[in-house]
Ligand binder design. Structure first.
Ligand SMILES: [Cu+2]
Length: 163
């Protein structure tokens, strides 16, 4: 995942004005965010960087939040036919030792399904990430502008089909 470092650097630079995050043990959560969904949307994607400073792999296995009826871990993929599809990851997302995994549009994401209320830019959305080893990490998603923070610095070539 060498490319992740460049993405994280871009993420941190582009969001430096109001970057936020949380650390628990060896796990650091970097700028968890939800781009403001369209009015009346029933679902939204949650994104963040997850660093593992430890010497053992960990695994994000669940996300709990009162902002949605259900939160699942998904990956968006472009199939051989060029069509973007989303796949549920019941086994969770591995965070290798000494590595950073980026959840971003068009890739890994938290899928919030059955939103319990509107999400407006600037809102903070409480959630709990559940890791196999680090346990429960309390954090807050920041609701970013619609379409996400600063498109210009990241590759969002497939964002129109992500959700
Ligand atoms: Cu999804």
């Amino acid at each position: 995942m060498k490319h992740a470092f460049g993405l994280i650097a871009a993420l941190m630079i582009s969001t430096a004005a109001h970057a936020h995050g949380v650390t628990k043990g060896d796990i650091e959560i970097i700028h968890p965010n939800i781009p403001q969904p369209a009015a009346g949307a029933k679902a939204a994607g949650g994104y963040m960087g997850i660093s593992n400073e430890g010497t053992e792999a960990d695994r994000l296995i669940a996300v709990e939040t009162e902002a949605a009826g259900k939160a699942e871990l998904h990956i968006s993929e472009i199939g051989d036919d060029g069509v973007a599809t989303m796949r549920h990851l019941p086994e969770g997302i591995e965070i290798p030792a000494g590595d950073t995994v980026v959840l971003e549009r068009g890739g890994l994401h938290v899928m919030l399904m059955g939103l319990t209320g509107p999400l407006t830019e600037g809102d903070m959305v409480k959630a709990t990430l559940v890791f196999e080893h680090a346990g429960k990490v309390e954090m807050e998603f920041m609701v970013d502008p619609p379409g996400g923070e600063d498109h210009s610095k990241m590759d969002h070539s497939d964002h129109s089909t992500a959700e």
